[in-house]
Design a protein. Structure first.
Lengths: 352, 244, 243
């Protein structure tokens, strides 16, 4: 399933597979409006990482994303892709190097799926054989059958299928940067989770630099290597990996946005495999069984369902790895909370 | 240019014909045109609007509703009038019948498309609130469909004026076509003068209907269309875009 | 050209010896013999001329409307005046417009005058439909096209115009059918088209067969053209039927 091409150091298009992105004090001010939409936003995304822009509506996260590929022009500040300023390039040439996925997808209704995917390679002047090969490769990569799909029209596909095609289309020319604006927002929750998982699998293979916009903090925590929380007016509230965000929110706003259940959210980041389990020490294993690869959060949920009794943790071959108890889980959270110095919310969960 | 001045002079003299003092005046013929057209428009509306609107509300028989106007548009008015003359002799009644045959389909189709195209979600909401079919039509669909309804009405009205002019070519003895078809007596200046009057008449009829449209369009819709940059009250007729 | 309804029945003479066919003499509604006898001398030339008049009118009208529509699509300010002028032209009854154009020197009583008037009738419909078709392209499709790096021109020709095709062709259909019908009146000022036999049939006393034959041909022509354009649209928009 993983495509050999994209793992090459220079990518199949001649672009580097991933480039670092840097925003330097970017500001966007609309004429006639008192407050700027984006205010002195600075952040750095290392190559190959997923940076999630998240915030309430009005926080300018989509605006910030669209500044990167110059769908909106910044009022001041600079944006560097792979060290080169995007402002020096011709916009349409720049955009051919950036994968762009939007919420409503925007597949061309009058073209087949194959033709849709081939759009940017076509614009770049690739030859037919190369385009055809890449198209089929990408369809397989996003989990669609090339034989069946390449000649269909968008109207014949389901929403989930269309979204996959949208991602494939964005990846077609193997761009060093991907911009994704609430790409799974219009999909039902079950398929959304599936698409998120598949995208993470894909990213593990292709390792693009991705800027991902969402309003859903849970999606942000799941998808992001780093999360940038924006407040109203495009002001950066905190920029940190998920674990840090959850254990050390920078201020009340972030704490509230992350949610009162951030303790639980943190537990979802760790699996039982990473935790030091209680050893049964010769006692017969008792209680329900839980797989080693479950998250601590799921384990906690099962403990509570079992009335607080301990669970036996087993690996894939059903061998006992240890026990997990309520105290053990509580200890995990407590450890981290002690390390943090803030009082915002604290571990009893009251919002500020 | 010279002819144009003569034409204007002709109009100024109320269409007096030196060779025939008993000839009807320009004013008389114009009023006659107005009368013929008015009756024709009124009957076309009386026939086309209710049928088109009701079919549109039911969203049925779309093939018939949309294609009648295609046929109506394809019929050369001259031929229809002449056939009427051939079969029944061209009097006022037959002329009016021909006018209605040609103009009513336009009204019908536009009414159908206008009403049927109203956002089904809005209609659904109205139904959910307990509105009866008749009330939905009257209070929801018609106001929302006004632009297309009036597009049909105005196009049909102008078409009736045009066809009434042609009626004299087919043998009917009245209206401004009386002058236009008689170049021997009236010469080019007279014909041109009458043609200018016909053009003016058509523009006045359309303008009057545009004012009616503006008066009837609810304020909220005018505001919405204005904000979207649409032509709020189109100064000139628009034709229904016939779907495939 | 004074045309007044004659009193009483007149046996049509049509510029030849009194007819030997009983059908014609009785002026019944439709005589197939007359049609076959006069096809190549009267009806076929008229049909040919009519087709030519209409094709030229729609073609020129399309070129002008297309250019104006592209302009109006980029610059909204252009739209209002174009609609105003073409609308006024459209409102003026055909006979009146033909007559008004006659005095202008280069035109006079010729097919050029007819063409100018017919072209002006197509402008409003074609212009509106092309502009509306372009505007109806979903915003997200345009956003995706620009976001992927298409220039404005590439977006127009590869995405927006193909998606506007149904509306454009609908406009061409309406314009064509309208022009075919209007061109019958054009023979009043120029000696071409199916209006010639129609007016001739009315002239000395209505000759029903000629009238129905010529009128019927005009209707058939319009419907055929419409049907052909529908086929053209189906051929050009394969995605519209894929479900």
């Amino acid at each position: 399933m993983p495509a050999p091409d994209t793992a090459r150091p220079e990518g199949s298009s001649g672009f580097a597979p991933a480039a670092p992105l840097e925003l330097q004090r970017v500001t966007k001010r609309y004429p006639g409006q008192a407050a700027p939409a984006i205010s002195e936003l600075s952040l750095e995304v290392p190559a190959g990482e997923v940076c999630v822009l998240v915030g309430p509506s009005g926080s300018g996260k989509t605006t910030a994303m669209r500044l990167i590929n110059r769908m909106i022009e910044p009022t001041s500040g600079d944006i560097l892709l792979g060290g080169r300023s995007v402002l020096e390039r011709r916009p349409d040439e720049l955009r051919r190097e950036i994968g762009y996925v939007i919420q409503q997808i925007g597949l061309f209704p009058h073209q087949t799926i194959g033709e849709n995917i081939a759009t940017v390679p076509h614009l770049l002047g690739w030859d037919k054989a190369r385009i055809a090969h890449r198209r089929d490769e990408l369809l397989e990569l996003v989990g669609l059958d090339p034989e069946e799909m390449r000649d269909r029209y968008p109207a014949q596909l389901s929403g989930g299928q269309r979204q996959r095609v949208g991602v494939a289309r964005a990846l077609a020319a193997d761009p060093p940067l991907m911009l994704m604006d609430e790409p799974f927002g219009a999909i039902d929750p079950i398929n959304r989770e599936r698409l998120q998982d598949e995208f993470l699998r894909l990213q593990a293979t292709v390792r693009k630099t991705v800027v991902f916009v969402t309003h859903d903090i849970d999606e942000a925590i799941k998808m992001g290597d780093r999360i940038a929380i924006l407040r109203e007016g495009g002001v950066l509230a905190q920029y940190a990996p998920p674990a840090e965000l959850l254990s050390r929110p920078a201020d009340d706003f972030v704490a509230q946005f992350v949610g009162a259940d951030r303790g639980l959210k943190r537990l979802a980041l760790t699996t039982l495999a990473d935790v030091e389990l209680i050893q049964p020490n010769g006692l017969a294993p008792s209680g329900r069984r839980v797989p080693l690869r479950s998250t601590v959060r799921d384990a906690l949920s099962m403990i509570l369902t079992a009335g607080g009794k301990p669970l036996t943790v087993v690996d894939d071959e059903d061998r006992v790895a240890g026990l997990v108890t309520l105290e053990l889980v509580g200890g995990l959270l407590g450890t981290e909370a002690d390390r943090g110095s803030d009082g915002a919310g604290g571990s009893d969960g009251g919002p500020a | 240019m010279h002819t144009l001045l003569d034409a204007l002079r002709f109009i100024g003299h109320n269409g007096a014909l030196p060779s025939d003092p008993a000839a009807p005046t320009l004013l008389h013929l114009t009023l006659q045109m107005l009368w013929i057209s008015g009756v024709g428009i009124a009957i076309s509306l009386a026939v086309g609007l209710p049928i088109g609107a009701w079919l549109g509300h039911l969203r049925r028989f779309s093939f018939v509703a949309i294609n009648t106007s295609n046929i109506g548009r394809a019929l050369p008015s001259l031929a229809v009038l002449a056939i009427g003359d051939a079969i029944l002799g061209l009097g006022l009644t037959v002329t009016e019948v021909a006018l209605v045959i040609l103009a009513a389909p336009i009204v019908l189709t536009n009414a159908y498309v206008g009403i049927a195209d109203v956002d089904p979600e809005i209609v659904d909401a109205a139904r959910g609130m307990g509105m009866s079919g008749w009330r939905i039509l009257w209070r929801v669909e018609v106001p929302l469909a006004l632009p297309l309804l009036f597009a049909g009405i105005r196009t049909a009205a102008v078409y009736v004026v045009a066809t009434a002019t042609i009626a004299s070519l087919a043998g009917y003895n009245g209206g401004l076509g009386y002058i236009i078809s008689d170049e021997q007596s009236y010469h080019l200046s007279g014909v041109l003068g009458a043609a200018i009057c016909v053009a003016a008449l058509a523009l006045v009829v359309d303008g009057a209907l545009a004012l009616v449209q503006r008066a009837l369009t609810p304020r909220g819709l005018r505001l919405e269309r204005d904000l979207r940059g649409e032509d709020v009250d189109a100064l000139v007729p628009v034709t229904a875009i016939s779907p495939s | 050209m004074s045309v007044l309804a004659p009193a009483g029945v007149v046996i049509p003479t049509f510029g030849g010896a009194p007819s030997s066919y009983a059908c014609e003499r009785a002026n019944r509604l439709f005589c197939p013999d007359w049609v076959s006898k006069n096809w190549s001398s009267v009806l076929w030339p008229a049909l040919r001329q009519h087709v030519l008049l209409c094709v030229v009118a729609v073609a020129i009208g399309f070129v002008i409307s297309f250019a104006l529509a592209l302009l109006a699509y980029r610059r909204r300010a252009v739209e209002r005046p174009v609609i105003l002028i073409s609308g006024i032209l459209y409102t003026i009854p055909s006979l009146a417009l033909f007559e008004i154009l006659v005095p202008f020197k280069p035109l006079g009583l010729s097919d050029r005058t007819a063409e100018v008037a017919l072209v002006s009738y197509t402008l409003l419909i074609l212009f509106r439909n092309i502009v509306t078709g372009l505007r109806e392209v979903p915003d997200e499709v345009r956003e995706a096209a620009r976001g992927m790096g298409m220039t404005d021109r590439q977006c127009l020709w590869r995405v927006e115009l193909p998606l506007a095709l149904p509306s454009i062709i609908a406009g061409v259909r309406i314009a064509t059918v309208t022009v075919v019908a209007l061109a019958t009146v054009a023979s009043y000022i120029c000696d071409q088209g199916l209006g010639v036999p129609i007016l001739a049939a009315i002239q000395d006393g209505v000759f029903k067969t000629e009238l129905i034959a010529a009128g019927g041909l005009a209707v058939a022509l319009a419907l055929c053209a419409d049907g052909l354009l529908v086929l053209l649209q189906r051929a050009l928009t394969p995605w519209a039927r894929a479900r």
